[in-house]
Design a protein around this ligand. Structure first.
Ligand SMILES: [Zn+2]
Length: 315
C-alpha cells in the first residue's frame, strides 16, 4: 500500500528553517519561484522549508512512536542523531564483526533500527550498502496563487544581561540586539510513504522481518506522520517562533501501488487528484481518497486513512 498526503498550512511569523547567521542576523531559507503575473512568468524569492528539515522532524517522531510500540531503534537514532550507519564506527554498534555480504549488512541494520528501515541509510565503506527511504517529503513552498504575498522580514530582538560595573569586562555589553528573519506564507508540501518497502530488503525484495513485526513497523510509520502533523512539531525555533496559524487543508490518498497526490501548491489539487484516481479506478485499482477542508479537521482525515489501511490488512 502507498500513502500520499498533500498538506497546506498557514504560518505567520515563523522561523522554521534558518540557513545562516551573518553577524547578528539569522536568515530564513529562501528559494527562487516561478509565478505568473499578468500573463508573464517571473521569478520571485520566497520563504521555504527544506524537505531535509521536514524529514528530520518525521524521523524524530518515528523514534518516539517506535519506542512506544516496543520496537528497536539504534542508540544514535534514539538521540535523534541520524548518522544512519554511515561508516564502520557507527555500524559496529549494531553488528560486530561487520559481515562481508551487503545483504547481511542490510539485514543487520534493518533488524536493529526502525528509523533506518523506514528512513533509509548509506553505509559508505567497502562494500557500500544503500537503502532508499520508504518515505519522501517535498520542500514546503508557498501556494502558487498567493506566493507573491509570501514575505520574509527581519524582526529585532534584544538579549539582556545584568552587570554591575565591577563585573563588566572590556566591551562586554549589557544588551545585545539581533535579528531573526521570519517568514509568513500559506505553504504546501507533499509527504509519501511506501508501506510495502518497510522491512523488505532493497537488495533482494524479500521480507527481512516476520509479518507481525512488519505490521507494527508500518503502524509506527503512520503514527509518526499523524503525530507530526497533529502536533505541528516540525522545523526550528519553535520555542519562540512557533508559527501562528495551522493546517488549513489535508488531502490523503491510499492506493495499492505508488500514486502521488497533485501538489497542494496548486489551487485545484484536490479536484485534479480525484480525476487522476478515477482513471486508476477504471484500470482496476482500489483506493481511498479523503480530504479535510473546512468542516473536517486534519486528524479526522488521517484517522480515516489509518482505518482503511487496517481494513486492508496493512497493520
Ligand atoms: Zn538507527
Amino acid at each position: 500500500m502507498f500513502l500520499s498526503v498533500g498538506v497546506r498550512f498557514e504560518a505567520n511569523v515563523e522561523a522554521l528553517n534558518m540557513v545562516e547567521t551573518a553577524g547578528n542576523y539569522s536568515k530564513h531559507r529562501r528559494v527562487p519561484y516561478l509565478v505568473e503575473e499578468d500573463g508573464k512568468l517571473k521569478t520571485v524569492y520566497v520563504p521555504a522549508l527544506s524537505g531535509e528539515s521536514l524529514a528530520h522532524a518525521y524521523q524524530e517522531h518515528l523514534v518516539r512512536e517506535a519506542l512506544g510500540l516496543g520496537l528497536s531503534v539504534c542508540d544514535d537514532c534514539r538521540r535523534n542523531e541520524f548518522y544512519k550507519s554511515m561508516n564502520k564506527v557507527h555500524l559496529k554498534k549494531k553488528v560486530n564483526p561487520i559481515p562481508d555480504d551487503p545483504r547481511d549488512i542490510e539485514i543487520a541494520i534493518v533488524r536493529s533500527c526502525v528509523v533506518e528501515d523506514v528512513g533509509g541509510f548509506l553505509y559508505a565503506e567497502k562494500p557500500p550498502v544503500r537503502r532508499s527511504s520508504a518515505f519522501q517529503v517535498s520542500y514546503a513552498l508557498p501556494v502558487k496563487s498567493v506566493a507573491l504575498f509570501a514575505t520574509s522580514e527581519p524582526q529585532l530582538h534584544a538579549r539582556h544581561a545584568q552587570m554591575d560595573t565591577s563585573s563588566k569586562k572590556g566591551n562586554a555589553s549589557e544588551q545585545m540586539i539581533y535579528y531573526v528573519e521570519t517568514g509568513t506564507a500559506l505553504y504546501g508540501f507533499t509527504f509519501n510513504l511506501d508501506l510495502d518497502a518497510i522491512g523488505v530488503s532493497a537488495i533482494t525484495s524479500e521480507p527481512i522481518l516476520d509479518e507481525n513485526e512488519l505490521k507494527i513497523r508500518r503502524e509506527a510509520a503512520m503514527r509518526a506522520l499523524f503525530r507530526m502533523l497533529s502536533s505541528a512539531q516540525f522545523g526550528a525555533k519553535l520555542s519562540r517562533f512557533f508559527p501562528v496559524g495551522g493546517i488549513t487543508e489535508v488531502a490523503v490518498a491510499v492506493t495499492e501501488h505508488p500514486f502521488v497526490v497533485t501538489s497542494p501548491i496548486y489551487d485545484d489539487y484536490i479536484a485534479r487528484t480525484e480525476r487522476r484516481l478515477k482513471v486508476l479506478e477504471g484500470l482496476g485499482e482500489n483506493y481511498l481518497f479523503t480530504v479535510a477542508t473546512g468542516e473536517k479537521v486534519p486528524e479526522e482525515a488521517l484517522k480515516e486513512a489509518v482505518d482503511y489501511l487496517r481494513e486492508q490488512g496493512a497493520f
